[in-house]
Write a protein that binds this ligand. Structure first.
Ligand SMILES: *Cc1c(COP(=O)(O)O)cnc(C)c1O
Length: 238
């Protein structure tokens, strides 16, 4: 019990700092504070600590792995909490996860979008998705190349079991505030440009970018969802 309350206090303090920083970044950018949502990234975090965050008012969590989420799911206080899948999704896991989460942020191919759409249709639902973009053009990273984004969105716009709400990105780790803002700004321009094309069935409302080390810069450049893990729960223990 002792240890649990210590954890809870640590999470509460971290959350207060994050919320303060998010508000400050919104003010600096001249944005409304309710224009950015905090998604608490809960990979490797045990249900007790996730529930502590939920009780403190975090109502959106992000999990990376299908198996890990499903194994924790029944222990989580999910009545008023949305779950986003944010990690790479293999098509052979689609069947297990569709219908269990409120959004899949990490869609990075037409094939995956098709599988999610097909499974959603079987369940009679429409799954909200984001398309992940590899904005830094890194070889080892998932996400579609910026140059292929329009083509891919056009191809998946006809799939009736999914609805595209926007874009997600995990940029390269950069050192300076200037570099971080530059890459987020590049992402924001892509987001705005693609939105202006008004592709059928594609909405550009959500831009998921910013993690523990760069969420302030992401907000300054137009993020609507920041995905924060270690700054909230402490360093991950794998
Ligand atoms: C782990 C993870 C995060 C959170 O990372 P932190 O640096 O701990 O905030 C955000 N997004 C994705 C896709 C992740 O895998």
């Amino acid at each position: 019990m002792m240890e649990k309350s210590l954890h809870d206090r640590e999470i509460a303090e971290n959350l207060a700092v994050i919320q303060e920083q998010m508000h400050a970044a919104c003010h600096q950018a001249g944005r409304r504070t309710d224009s950015v949502r905090l998604l608490a990234v809960t990979k490797t975090v045990d249900p007790q600590r996730i529930n502590a965050a939920i009780r403190l008012g975090v109502h959106q969590i992000g999990e990376n792995r299908v198996q890990e989420f499903l194994s924790k799911q029944s222990d989580l206080l999910l009545e008023n909490t949305q779950v986003h899948l944010i990690g790479h999704l293999q098509t052979n896991k689609v069947r297990q996860i569709v219908g269990q989460v409120q959004m899949i942020e990490s869609v990075d191919s037409v094939r995956l979008a098709a599988a999610i759409s097909k499974r959603s249709e079987e369940l009679g639902i429409v799954t909200p998705i984001l398309v992940e973009v590899n904005i830094g053009g890194e070889e080892a990273k998932s996400g579609v190349e910026p140059e292929s984004l329009e083509q891919i969105l056009t191809e998946i716009s006809g799939f009736s079991g999914i609805h595209v709400h926007g874009l997600m990105t995990v940029p390269p780790i950069l050192d300076t505030e200037y570099e971080k803002r530059q890459i987020f700004s590049k992402m924001y321009r892509l987001f705005v440009d693609i939105g202006a094309k008004k592709i059928d069935n594609i909405d550009m409302q959500e831009l998921s970018m910013g993690m523990s080390g760069d969420y302030r810069e992401a907000i300054l450049e137009g993020s609507t969802i920041v995905r924060v893990g270690s700054a909230l729960f402490g360093r991950r223990q794998y």
